[in-house]
Ligand binder design. Sequence first.
Ligand code: CP
Length: 313
Amino acid sequence: MSKTMLSLFRSSQLDDKNIERLFSLTTQLKKEFENNGTVKGLIDTQVASEKLVLLMFLEPSTRTRTSFEIAAKRMGCQVTLFDENLSSLKKGETHVDTFRNLTAMAPDLFVIRHGEDQALEHELMGSTIPVISGGQSAHGHPTQALLDLYTLLTELGSLHNKRILFVGDIRRGRAALSSLEIFNRYGAKMGWVGPSELSYQGDIPVQEFSTLAKGSEWADAVVGFRLQTERSQFGFGMAPDEYSRYFCLNSRSLSALKPEAIIMHPGPFNQGIDFDQALLQDPRSRVLAQVKNGVFVRMALMADSLGLWRNKK
Ligand code: CP
């Protein structure tokens, strides 16, 4: 997000210069917090205390919603959580009308996750208040792609000619689509293994592997994706135990993975179906590092959007 681009809907909105700057700020925030337990040296907490961030999640979330909330609070912002279950959506109010009413209350920034709703999308695009996407249906999840890119660059130095293997459901996964776009832009060679019904449908070259063993032998990083059972409109007939036999990331299926390669998953995972939780203890796992990095990437994005930097960055 540049200083003039206050809303973020797609990873493709960010050019390489925007991302380089954002990641430099992310690293500064992370270091400052790790060293001092505060980001006060970088963030004008007095300005932040006057800003209100409204989190409107119309689909479930743990990592994204909580990391935006924690990031905003650590900068000193006020945060309001819109609770769908206690809202007038339950009385039939539309998402668009809900958003218009929340806009009338003048928050300084929206973070929104939503499902398929073109009227709402149109409304968000025209919003006079900045909006950061917290994930949009099956179409995109830009902040997840950014934190995954940040994690990969931290670990691998550069993505140029690095081999990134995606595993599983990349047809219905918004995180997979945004990450593919951005990793490809950074020069990674993309590979994939999974059931053909869940393959990528776009224009980016993706090498398909017939087995997870072959793909993981090739890879510098393996990124698992959750089987998106809630998005069943794409149709998929494989039973979970069959899926797990071929595509679950675990110590057996990754036995050919190089010792210096890394293992990632944006979460949540279906335990034992797309990811074995025991892998979190594997020294190559960066799954929880992704989560940690997410707080600081999102903090940097919100600081930009709200103008919270102590010195003009
Ligand atoms: N990765 C991700 O978007 O997780 P949540 O759905 O828990 O936010």
